[in-house]
Ligand binder design. Structure first.
Ligand code: UDP
Length: 320
């Protein structure tokens, strides 16, 4: 197939592109390299078509979608720190950009996979988070929630286009990590902690460190994405793609210090110090994977210890 991957130079996108190339597809990547990086595509660079451009450019999106049999739409402003620093640009990219992609896919009757996020659930105390659960968000004065809101609008747009005939499915990622994580830490606490541990800097645990996440190795993220993007049973539905292993951020910091044999101390930094006063965090985040398992046959396969080893091996290679 001819497959278009928006955001294909990004952390998850680049692994998806490699998997699709491996499966024998012709892949075109559309990416503005804002948080993506061409070096992520080095292993497959001779086998893909790379188009540097923005999903805000409707004409460009239209011409690329026209040539595609299937679209994976991963291009987005990502990372809590990034969203907090650039709220306006993030909202516009995530709403107007996605509208362009979905509209072109609808016009050309092209199937599309929309990458969404576990941020959708906000700060709901109900665990595990199931796809049809209520979303609980704070005030609009808290800019963090603009990310959740913009991606929720994307999902609503996708469902609305689906009623007009668009073949679309949606995945919500839960804290994906692995090789190609942005070392500036845009995408993940794990990238931040590894960099700090390697540089001998203090690992900065926000708040009391008892907030939890279920980290998902990127190979599992990609497998779930391809299943949701291709299975007929997935059409019109949204799926959590994550792992079940819940760990506190404080324990994660200790694990990374152990694995890297770092002499870095672990320090607590208040949310206020890091993000200013208008910030709220999600205390615990755990996905229900029932739907993904039942409909897609998806289960995570790589545990945190193994995934961190693979991530550290890549990190050492790149920073040798
Ligand atoms: N976090 C932290 N130290 C850091 C970066 C993040 O303690 O240097 C915390 C952050 O406040 C959150 C958790 O780690 O509670 C996960 O953050 P991340 O930005 O990776 O993803 P999120 O799940 O918040 O989208």
């Amino acid at each position: 197939m001819n497959i278009l991957v928006t955001g294909g130079a990004g952390f998850i996108g680049s692994h998806l592109v490699a998997a699709l190339v491996h499966d024998g597809h012709r892949v075109t990547v559309l990416d503005n390299l804002s948080t993506g990086n061409l070096s992520n595509l080095t292993p497959v660079s001779s086998e893909i078509t790379f188009v540097e451009g923005d999903i805000l450019n409707a004409d460009l999106v239209e011409s690329e979608v026209r040539r595609a049999d299937l679209v994976y739409h991963l291009a987005a402003a990502v990372g809590v720190g990034n969203i907090m620093t650039n709220p306006l640009e993030s909202i516009i990219t995530n709403t107007t950009g996605t509208e362009h992609v979905l509209r072109s896919c609808h016009r050309h009757s092209t199937r599309v996979l929309l990458a969404s996020t576990s941020e959708i659930y906000g700060k709901t105390p109900k665990l595990p988070m199931a796809e049809d659960d209520d979303r609980i968000l704070g005030s609009t004065a808290i800019s963090r929630w603009s990310y959740s809101t913009s991606k929720a609008l994307d999902e609503h747009l996708a469902f609305a286009f689906a009623t007009e005939g668009l073949r679309v499915s949606i995945v919500r990622y839960f804290n994906s990590y692995g090789p190609h994580l942005d070392e500036k830490g845009y995408g993940s606490v794990i990238a931040n902690f590894i960099r700090q541990a390697r540089d001998g800097d203090p690992l900065t645990v926000h708040g009391d460190g008892l907030q939890t996440r279920c980290f998902t190795f990127v190979a599992d993220t990609v497998r779930g994405t391809i299943l949701a993007g291709t299975k007929d049973e997935a059409l019109g539905s949204v799926f959590n793609i994550g792992s079940n292993f819940e760990i506190s951020i404080a324990d994660l910091a200790r694990l990374i210090v152990d694995k890297t044999k770092s002499s870095s101390p672990i320090t607590n930094v208040s949310y206020e110090q890091r993000y200013g006063t208008s910030f709220e965090d999600t205390r615990r985040r755990v996905p229900s994977l029932d739907r993904a398992r039942e409909v897609l046959g998806y289960t995570p396969t790589i545990n945190l210890a193994e995934g961190l080893d693979r991530t550290l091996a890549w990190w050492n290679l790149v920073h040798a």
